[in-house]
Write a protein that binds this ligand. Structure first.
Ligand code: HPA
Length: 276
């Protein structure tokens, strides 16, 4: 058995011994969006710290726990707080929670994040459906392949599942919520980018920039977990305005956008649940 799977089995056994719940949809909540989980019909909560061998997040504003419950009739597991590569974890740690949620039974993964707007047509407060990504951080699949999860050289031609994207697109349209669509680029962070780096990533075809998500999406695809992702454009990226960027600003815009984002996520999850 691969070392990765051995560790996952340990985490899974820990989960199983405490929680009797099989989720269908897994959600990862980005900066400012964590309290979405507080509004759902909660069945159980599991602190990351109570799972043996689980990586613990250190970023302010990120709670570290799984919340199990219902959005409408859909059984969900929500990661309230994710693990970031810039915290110093190995990529294997960063994607462990996503793999674990797959083992818990999740069939669909909805990733959210706060991101900087690279596309000049975007505005702070916009939402962007992720059509594809550019992963500039190391692949989470480097090292021994977890054969139990997926193949050594997995296809990445439909990372953000076409059908799921259509569901989210239609949901936004029906709710009257405007939704941009574009390519997300993951850099390692934790520093924000320089103006030259933002010009570079725009040239490369990115519409939004952030420090998460792509690695999780790669691991999910590897494991056969259908994925969809939405960014909240919390700020325009460096160099577009001459105002220095702060985490407080990112958090503040994400907080302001949160009620509308919650609406979009809630209805999207309900409809994604019907697609199971
Ligand atoms: N750059 C990188 N990550 C981010 C940004 C940004 O401008 N905003 C929110 N996350």
């Amino acid at each position: 058995m691969s070392k990765i799977y051995e560790r996952l089995e340990k985490c899974y056994a820990c989960f199983k011994s405490k929680i009797n719940f099989e989720p269908d949809v897994a959600l990862v909540l980005g900066s400012g969006l964590g309290d979405f989980a507080d509004g759902i019909k909660t069945e159980a909560v599991l602190d990351y710290g109570d799972i043996e061998d689980f990586p613990i997040s250190t970023v302010q504003g990120h709670k570290g726990r799984f919340v199990f419950g219902y959005v409408g009739d859909v059984k969900v597991v929500i990661m309230q707080g994710r693990v970031h590569y810039y915290e110093g974890y190995k990529m294997e740690d960063v994607v462990l929670p996503v793999r674990l949620m797959k083992m818990m039974g999740a069939k669909i993964l909805l990733l959210t994040n706060a991101a900087g707007g690279v596309n000049k047509d975007f505005r702070a407060g916009d939402f962007m459906l992720i059509s594809d990504h550019i992963n500039m951080a190391p692949s989470p699949l480097i090292g021994e392949n977890a054969e139990e999860l997926g193949v050594r050289f997995p296809d990445m031609s439909n990372i953000y599942d076409r059908d799921l994207r259509e569901i989210v697109r239609n949901t936004a349209r029906d709710l009257g919520i405007s939704l941009q669509e574009g390519v997300y680029i993951q850099l390692t962070g934790p520093n924000y980018e320089s103006p030259a780096e933002i010009r570079m990533v725009r040239t490369l075809g990115a519409d939004a920039v952030g420090m998460s998500t792509a690695c999780e999406a790669v691991a999910a695809n590897h494991a056969g977990l259908k994925t969809v992702g939405i960014s909240c454009i919390s700020n325009m990226a460096c160099g577009i305005t001459d105002k220095p960027l702060t985490h407080a600003e990112v958090q503040e815009t994400a907080d302001k956008a949160a009620p509308l984002f919650k609406k979009l996520i809630t209805e999207s999850v309900i409809r994604l649940g019907k697609a199971l």
